[in-house]
Design a protein. Structure first.
Ligand SMILES: [Zn+2]
Length: 314
């Protein structure tokens, strides 16, 4: 089943190459016997869970062709609220992202002063914009031609592809950021291994991804919105993410839950088509208390952040 795609791991780990079709070993904790047990079926896809580290995985994985079709369409970004609503509304959502990224970069900057940064999965460049205003020199990378075009049009240095294909020079970045990226990667250990080589000695990778051990994940189970088998090939618990980073050659600096900043204005735009009644309620609230319209509300929405650095010496 699902023989359509093959990916030859660059000899790092043959077990990793084997996971790209049907997964027999947990890519995070890599148990010696199979620890992956059936967990759910959603959108016609079987999903398994690792008994040891809690990783959730689509098994077998969607083919490369299937996933490529999703990311190459403009709709992917429109669906995330990037452009569908025209400039004025887009700004409401962009503002929520800017406020959120500011908070996240502050956590990173406890460990490293602004230097140069590669944002993998940069989308339309909002993190790059925020980081630049905080003193970082920024470079972007995204597999979507549409996203790259938008980011380049804003004057940023950006390449199309992923870390495997982009051909950046080794040891050329102090920090690599991957926000909502690792759960999409077909072979996360391989990608993180390459990231570790792109980083200078002691360089830091910053990962933000849904936390499969969060309260919302545990309460909602397969109905948790992040359980999206065609896009999210994996969902990590903190334990799974630590194992993954260590297997890829990193040592942990920090891991924890992080909040996303929401404003009523941005939320109204984001939910206008999917939840019109919520938007109606939001408009009433804004009518009564206009001061709340742009108030930043940090909410725990089931995301975690990990900061890890390349091992220096042995
Ligand atoms: Zn595991």
């Amino acid at each position: 089943m699902n023989k359509g795609h093959r990916e030859v791991g660059v000899g790092r780990d043959m077990a990793v190459a084997a996971i790209v079709e049907r997964i027999d070993l947990c890519p995070a904790c890599h148990g010696s016997e199979s620890t992956l047990k059936p967990w759910a079926v959603k959108h016609g896809r079987a999903i398994v869970k690792c008994r040891r580290c809690g990783l959730v995985a689509v098994n077998p994985q969607p083919s490369e062709e299937e996933t490529r079709r999703i990311y190459n369409s403009e709709d992917y970004f429109q669906g995330s609220g990037f452009t569908r609503f025209g400039y004025r509304d887009y700004e409401g959502i962009a503002e929520m992202k800017r406020l959120t990224f500011n908070r996240w970069l502050k956590i990173l900057e406890r460990y490293v002063h602004p230097d140069n940064l590669l944002d993998v999965g940069c989308g339309t460049g909002i993190l790059m914009q925020v980081a630049q205003t905080r003193g970082w020199r920024v470079t972007g990378l995204d597999i979507s031609a549409y996203a790259v075009e938008r980011t380049a049009a804003r004057g940023y240095e950006v390449r199309q592809g992923d870390v495997v294909t982009a051909d950046f020079q080794e040891a050329s970045f102090r920090v690599v950021t991957m926000l909502d990226v690792v759960e999409h990667l077909r072979d996360p250990v391989r990608h993180l291994g390459i990231v570790s080589r792109l980083l200078s000695a002691g360089g830091i990778v910053m990962i933000v991804t849904p936390d499969a051990g969060s309260l919302s994940a545990r309460l909602l189970g397969r109905d948790w919105p992040h359980v999206k088998p065609m896009e999210h090939l994996w969902l990590f618990t903190q334990r799974a993410l630590i194992s993954l980073l260590e297997r890829a050659g990193f040592e942990m600096l920090w891991i924890g839950r992080v909040t996303k900043v929401v404003t009523l204005r941005g939320l109204g735009t984001d939910l206008r088509e999917s939840h019109p009644w919520i938007c109606a309620v939001l408009r009433v609230i804004q009518g009564i208390a206009p001061i709340l319209t742009n108030k930043a509300l940090p909410l725990p929405l089931g995301e975690m952040m990990a900061l890890a650095r390349t091992r220096t010496g042995t």
